[in-house]
Write a new protein. Structure first.
Lengths: 113, 110
C-alpha cells in the first residue's frame, strides 16, 4: 500500500535484549517522526527527521534509545538493553514536509518480559 | 503550562447529540492546526485540518481563534462510530514540529 509501514507489528523480548524497529514512510515524504504510547496514555515524542538536517533527538528518554534514517527514507529505532518500562506501542509517522499533517503507521507493540 | 491542553473528558453523549471539544495552545508562533481521532488500540488518523476562517467537513466543524490561541471541534448528529479519542495537534514548524494534546475521549451511546 501507499501508507506508512512499520515492522514488526508485535515484538516480545526479554529484559536486557536489544530490539530494532523499522519504519518505511510514505514515498516522497521528507519528514519522519517516532513516538511511543503507553496503554491509556498520550503520544510521547521521541525523534524527528527532516530531510538531510540533523534530527531532533530531544524526546529520546535515555542513551539506550537511538534512531537513524538511511537515504532519507527508511528509519530504524533501536533500543539497547531493554527494560520493562520500555513496553509500549511505538508509532512512526511521516509528512510531505514540516508543515503538512502526519500520517501514522500501525505501530509496533513492544512487550518486555 | 502544557503546550497543548484539551478538555479532560470523557464525554458520554447519546446518538444524535451535538458535542464540542476545546483545545488551547501556548505557543503564539504555532503555524498550523489539526484534529486527529484515535480509536482504541489503533494509530491516530487525521480527521481534519483547521483553517483560520473555520472549516466544515460533513458533520464536523473546526474553528480557530489565533488571538485567544484556541481551537474547537464541533460534531453534529453524533454517531456510534464517532466514539474515539480526539487529539488536538499544533504544528510549530521548528523543533519536534508537532505537539499533540492529551486527547478527549468521546463515547456515543445508543
Amino acid at each position: 500500500g501507499a501508507g506508512v509501514s512499520q515492522s514488526p507489528s508485535n515484538k516480545v523480548t526479554e529484559k536486557g535484549k536489544d530490539v530494532e524497529l523499522r519504519c518505511d514512510p510514505i514515498s516522497g515524504h521528507t519528514a519522519l517522526y517516532w513516538y511511543r504510547q503507553s496503554l491509556g496514555q498520550g503520544l510521547e515524542f521521541l525523534i524527528y527527521f527532516q530531510g538531510n538536517s540533523a534530527p531532533d533527538k530531544s524526546g529520546l528518554p535515555s542513551d539506550r534509545f537511538s534512531a537513524e534514517r538511511t537515504g532519507g527514507s527508511v528509519s530504524t529505532l533501536t533500543i539497547q538493553r531493554t527494560q520493562q518500562e520500555d513496553s509500549a506501542v511505538y508509532l512512526c509517522a511521516s509528512s510531505a514536509r514540516g508543515s503538512q499533517p502526519q500520517h501514522f503507521g500501525d505501530g509496533t507493540r513492544l512487550s518486555i518480559l | 503550562r502544557k503546550e497543548v491542553e484539551q478538555d479532560p473528558g470523557p464525554f458520554n453523549v447519546p446518538e444524535g447529540a451535538t458535542v464540542a471539544f476545546n483545545c488551547t495552545y501556548s505557543n503564539s508562533a504555532s503555524q498550523s492546526f489539526f484534529w486527529y481521532r484515535q480509536d482504541c488500540r489503533k494509530e491516530p488518523k487525521l480527521l481534519m485540518s483547521v483553517y483560520s476562517s473555520g472549516n466544515e467537513d460533513g458533520r464536523f466543524t473546526a474553528q480557530l481563534n489565533r488571538a485567544s490561541q484556541y481551537i474547537s471541534l464541533l460534531i453534529r448528529d453524533s454517531k456510534l462510530s464517532d466514539s474515539a479519542t480526539y487529539l488536538c495537534v499544533v504544528n510549530l514548524n521548528y523543533g519536534q514540529n508537532f505537539v499533540f494534546g492529551p486527547g478527549t475521549r468521546l463515547s456515543v451511546l445508543p
